[in-house]
Design a protein around this ligand. Structure first.
Ligand code: SF4
Length: 301
């Protein structure tokens, strides 16, 4: 059954000249049919540089939007429009405008996990990999509003040694990873390196050997001499880690760290998306241009 689905997807993909991009948190079988697997910005860059005219994005809405921001002339498809991001939804345009009024002159740094309208209202974007660098690039005399993830903001503030005005947003999936989970696994696997994502809480990050973005985790694991790893992020990444490092062992910090939105994309939906060319992402041009400015400022750093 799965073989048939994969064969149909492969043939349709070739026939329609579609490139399939999948985020590191997608289901294993979805990652396996993708042309590229990576993090959101990595994949948006791939979308912009590929010669394919149609991009099928297996991820959540803000990621497909990010691809469209950088590739307006291409068709960007998201297999399930309900695949949103609760973290991205924790800030509205009205709320952000109100915050900007409270801190006139502050620079707004916006995590890429945000809607296109929020990016358009921000000065510069950041990812979990470059948030510290982005904050460090802002003159010391400027106040910074960091949206929407308070834990990435808290981590960034500590590393960059800079006071940030934080937004009260969080990723519910990363909050499922608790310090007691790490303690238990550390007792069981004392030689394992503990690698977590900066969307985790401060308690969890302080127990880890490294706090890294998903691509940072992929790179670290490949280069590390350790053979066992406790991974504190969305568990979809473990599929890729195992595939690329078959001799190493991986333990999810919490079995509950599964993002329901990321898991909405299935092989069936990928096939329907290819058959029916849906759902196409559209962004109003003035909003896209403003959001692009914030993304490009980040890419320059
Ligand atoms: Fe959003 Fe968290 Fe899911 Fe990522 S893992 S899509 S930040 S809810």
């Amino acid at each position: 059954m799965q073989k048939d689905l994969v064969a149909k997807i492969e043939s349709l993909k070739k026939e329609k000249k579609v490139v399939i991009l999948a985020h590191n948190y997608q289901r294993g079988e979805v990652q396996d049919i993708a042309d590229f697997v990576g993090d959101s910005i990595d994949l948006s860059r791939k979308a912009a540089t590929t010669s394919a005219e149609i991009i099928l994005f297996c991820g959540v809405l803000f990621m497909a939007e990010a691809a469209k921001i950088l590739s307006p002339g291409k068709v960007v498809l998201l297999p399930d429009l309900k695949a949103g991001c609760p973290l991205a939804n924790m800030i509205t345009l009205k709320e952000l405008r109100q915050k900007k009024k409270e801190y006139p002159g502050a620079v707004v740094v916006c995590y890429v996990n945000s809607a296109v309208e929020i990016k358009a209202e921000s000065d510069i974007c950041c990812t979990s990999a470059n948030a510290v660098k982005v904050v460090e690039s802002i003159p010391q005399d400027k106040e910074i509003i960091f949206i929407p993830d308070k834990w990435l903001g808290d981590y960034t503030s500590r590393i960059a040694k800079r006071r940030l005005i934080l937004w009260d947003g969080y990723c519910a999936t990363h909050l499922k990873i608790l310090p007691e989970n790490i303690l238990l696994l550390k007792e069981r696997y004392p030689k394992a390196e503990i690698i977590v994502h900066p969307e985790c809480t401060r308690d969890v990050i302080e127990m880890a050997d490294q706090a890294l973005s998903t691509m940072g985790i992929v790179k670290w694991v490949k280069e590390s001499k350790a053979t066992e790893f406790i991974i504190g992020t969305e568990n979809g990444i473990i599929h890729r880690l195992k595939k690329e490092n078959p001799e190493k062992r991986f333990f999810p910090a919490s079995v509950l760290a599964e993002c329901p939105n990321m898991k909405l994309t299935t092989l069936e939906k990928v096939l329907w998306a290819l058959e029916e060319m849906k759902y196409q992402i559209e962004i109003e041009e003035d909003i896209r241009l403003k959001a692009k400015k914030a993304v490009e400022r980040m890419l320059e750093i």
